[in-house]
Design a protein around this ligand. Structure first.
Ligand SMILES: [Zn+2]
Length: 308
């Protein structure tokens, strides 16, 4: 079974873990794009990481990871909801050459002005309630390291991530130390918990990226943790779902402004836009575009037009 996320827990409840394998989902993310290799890998790792973090969302809604890069990568977006439905994409700056060995900093934080934002967006927000946004410092040589640092600083959670991607799939594994249980925790328990965490991460560290990409969840779990008492949960399904719509594309055009849109419509008399995530085409002709900029109160409905 591919496109699954499996959660597991160490029996003494000190450490929890997850493994994710995205194949069909990743194929659908890549189908309309030809990203340079390091960009594809970065997007794949970020997609796997977002899915792993989303599996622990405590609300109905989504998490959005966004990187606004200052180098050859202008934008990276991964959106995933608590049902593990996700989409992701990358946008490149024009005319930049990307070396195959480009590091994360080369790609998104060349001048130190890259911004990485995680947004938590509950579906049932009350009126006026803003989604929660956290700024992720771009500290680390990999997406895994950057997110680990963020989790430690913002959530006070020890988290380790192992991520890898190629053309066929993206993979990830997460280990997280569970917060101490309230007041009664004894010194001995804490020491034991510390040892269990160290042991789990040592075992996790033995996994190589190549091994991640070639081993399914169940086999890998057995290979790494066969000596541990683990509770393994039923695998959860992940899938590619794009939430684009004509109305959303229209809103985006309104944000661009009337002048820019009419310029783009230009002599062709229409504007063809493909969704950055799923490639779905949307076409707006000059009349459609003019209508977008009519305030609702100015809109004339055909049935209200009088001929005399
Ligand atoms: Zn779409």
């Amino acid at each position: 079974m591919t496109d699954t996320l499996t959660k597991f827990m160490f029996e003494d409840a000190t450490v929890r873990g997850e493994m994710v394998e995205l194949r069909r989902t990743w194929e659908q993310i890549l189908v309309h794009h030809h990203y340079p290799l390091p960009v594809r890998n970065l997007l794949g790792e970020m997609t796997a990481a977002a899915t792993l973090l989303c599996a622990n969302l405590k609300f109905e809604g989504s998490m959005i990871m966004q990187v606004h890069g200052d180098g050859p990568v202008k934008l990276l977006v991964v959106e995933c909801n608590n049902h593990l439905q996700l989409r992701s994409m990358a946008k490149l700056s024009e005319g930049q050459i990307i070396s195959e060995q480009a590091s994360v900093a080369d790609l998104i934080n060349r001048q130190g002005n890259g911004r990485f934002i995680i947004t938590l967006d509950p579906a049932d927000k009350s009126a006026g309630q803003q989604p929660y946004q956290g700024i992720v410092p771009i500290e680390g040589d990999s997406i895994a390291e950057i997110i680990e640092n963020y989790m430690k600083q913002s959530e006070q959670l020890d988290t380790r991530l192992w991520l890898a991607a190629n053309n066929e799939l993206c993979r990830g594994m997460l280990l997280q130390r569970l917060p101490k249980s309230g007041g009664k925790a004894m010194q001995d328990d804490q020491e034991q918990a510390q040892q269990a965490w160290e042991r789990a991460t040592i075992l996790g560290n033995t996994v190589k990226p190549e091994e991640l990409l070639t081993t399914d969840n169940a086999t890998l779990m057995h290979r790494l943790f066969w000596e541990e008492a683990l509770r393994v949960f039923e695998p959860l399904q992940t899938s590619f779902v794009c939430t684009c719509s004509r109305a959303k594309v229209g809103k985006m055009l309104v944000m661009l402004g009337k002048e820019e849109v009419s310029e783009a419509v230009g002599s062709l008399g229409k504007l063809d836009i493909n969704c950055d995530f799923c490639g779905k085409p949307y076409s707006f002709d000059a009349v459609d575009c003019a209508e977008l900029f009519l305030a609702p109160e100015n809109k004339v409905h055909p049935e209200t037009i009088r001929t005399h």
